[in-house]
Design a protein around this ligand. Structure first.
Ligand code: FAD
Ligand code: FES
Ligand code: FES
Length: 485
């Protein structure tokens, strides 16, 4: 058990929670706050959306999260805002009022989640005024499903809520509890439940060594599904989300390469500005990775450690030549990301190690990065296939070609034969045909619910075709806004 102190809609709370308690369970079963709904219990539908406030510069910033897969203990020192807290003295929040005005609700099951997503959008627009672009609106609502109203009235509500007068309630900037989480001392036995929230890498490494059987949790957006979908116990947890060294982004030199060390605990939302500035294609992929709720919590380190063959960032990182740093009590070691993935869900991470940082080299000498994700749905869907291509063109000849795919093998992997077919070749149909052919040597993909073996092989070849078309007719973009972007 751990005792956590946090604010719930402005009111201080102290609660005892077991390691595997989600925020949704805490709300509905411990605190009898049933406004937050459970739909899918897997982060997909958004019915359970809540806002979590964190203080950075004295003012709180609220981000949306799926309560069903967010560990309750991560509320320590934070402000949890739920649909019950939005109206004050009989005055509805503009998000609620606009939903009523625009007829944005029918059966109402999705409504609390949609209102909370609109609340975080509203507070973001108020704190950092900027135009509400269609992209921002889509991002804010992309993680909320509604099965009866339809989305037009909900969009109308989003577009009109900012015109409704609003006086921020007093709790909006309430002071957060700054006490440390109160946990029972960790126990290295295999049976006793425990939870730890280290603040430094040294502390984390110690815990990892003394309790190698405990699970690490960062955002929980992969790990928590083991509890909600497979009913696996998560009773020994080490939370890496407060480890200072894992939360930094630093520009650095490594082996004569300029680039960035990204802490394993950095979330997608925090990565976005860096990627927008230096890797626009990677930034674009982030818009297609999960939903806003997932991007607010999911981390780069979690995506790599999870080692899913269809994780979105590994193929891009492989194409960029990224390296991972692994840390333990005995020190740190560094390896190329391609040496980290050994087999299906098997990695080079030892039982006493954690991923501490990831190094992403800058694109140099006019190098280009292209990333194309194929999935059945545009918003909030896992890839069937993802292709990442980095290269530079020197007098119509391709150099430094690196191609990697997700969804084509048991691990995210480089397409070495296809790379060899293109390296040093002029941009000709023949060279790209050879690369398409070479893919058959690189991969024998499997069939599953997301795509048959034939589909995957054909789709990967089509992405090489797309690369050829976009390179051979540079004045026209190939299907820029298509579904499979
Ligand atoms: C609805 C939904 C949509 C999603 N959509 C996508 C998508 O489009 N693309 C995609 O790639 N993924 C997607 N995911 C998966 C998930 O969001 C990502 O893989 C995310 O990056 C995981 O990060 P996390 O911090 O939540 O990891 P966690 O769930 O906390 O951890 C994942 C694994 O990594 C381990 N781990 C975490 N941090 C470390 C560390 N520092 N060192 C060693 N091990 C560590 C954990 O022990 C666990 O085994 C989706 C998930 C959901 C629920
Ligand atoms: S209940 Fe569906 S996202 Fe949480
Ligand atoms: S109002 Fe019924 S699911 Fe959205």
């Amino acid at each position: 058990m751990a005792t956590i102190a946090f604010l719930l809609n402005g009111t201080p709370q102290r609660c005892d929670v077991s390691p595997d308690t989600s925020i949704l369970t805490l709300l509905r079963e411990h605190l009898a706050q049933t406004g937050t709904k459970e739909g899918c219990a897997s982060g997909d539908c958004g019915a359970c959306t809540v806002a979590i406030g964190e203080s950075t510069t004295g003012t709180q910033r609220y981000t949306s999260a799926n309560a069903c897969i967010t560990p309750a203990h991560q509320l320590q020192g934070r402000h949890l805002v739920t649909v019950e807290g939005l109206s004050e003295k009989g005055h509805l929040h503009p998000a609620q009022e606009a939903m009523i005005e625009c007829h944005g609700s029918q059966c109402g099951f999705c409504t609390p989640g949609i209102v909370m997503s609109l609340f975080t959008l509203h507070s973001d627009l108020t704190q950092r005024p900027s135009p509400l672009t269609p992209e921002r609106l889509e991002a804010a609502l992309g993680g909320n499903l509604c099965r009866c109203t339809g989305y037009r009235p909900i969009r109308d509500a989003a577009l009109s809520m900012n015109a409704i007068p609003y006086q921020r309630p007093q709790w909006f900037d309430a002071t957060l509890p700054d006490s440390e989480i109160d946990t029972q001392p960790s126990d290295s036995s295999q049976t006793v439940a425990f939870f730890a929230q280290p603040a430094s890498l040294a502390e984390l490494a110690q815990l990892r060594q003394s309790s190698p059987q405990a699970r690490l949790v960062a955002g929980g957006t992969d790990l928590w599904l083991e509890s909600t979908q497979r009913l696996a116990p998560l009773d020994q947890l080490i939370d890496v989300s407060r480890v200072a060294e894992l939360l930094t982004i630093e520009e650095a030199q490594l082996e004569n390469q300029t680039g960035w060390w990204i802490g394993a605990g950095v979330t997608y939302t925090q990565l976005e500005p860096l990627f927008e500035a230096h890797f626009p294609a990677f930034a674009h992929l982030l818009h297609r990775l999960g939903s806003q709720q997932i991007r607010n919590r999911g981390t780069l380190g979690g995506n790599i450690a999870n080692a899913s063959p269809i994780g979105d960032t590994p193929p891009v990182l492989l194409a960029l030549g990224a390296q991972v740093e692994l840390a333990s009590v005995t020190g740190k070691r560094r390896l190329a990301l391609e040496d980290f993935f050994l087999d299906y869900k098997k990695t080079a991470l030892a039982a006493d190690e954690v991923i501490s940082r990831i190094f992403i080299p800058q694109l140099v000498d006019s190098s280009q990065l292209r990333v194309w994700k194929l999935s059945k749905r545009r918003e909030d869907d896992i890839s069937a296939l993802l292709g990442a291509f980095s290269y530079r063109v020197e007098q119509n000849v391709l150099r430094d070609v690196r191609i990697a795919f997700g969804g084509m093998a048991a691990t995210p992997r480089r397409a070495l034969a296809a790379e060899a077919a293109l390296e040093g070749s002029a941009i000709t149909r023949e060279a790209f045909r050879a690369a398409q052919q070479a893919l058959e040597d690189d991969f024998q993909p499997m069939s599953d619910v997301r795509g048959s073996q034939h589909y995957r092989q054909q789709a990967a070849q089509n992405l090489i075709e797309r690369l050829y078309l976009s390179l051979s007719a540079t004045d026209q973009e190939v299907m820029l806004h298509a579904y499979a972007h």
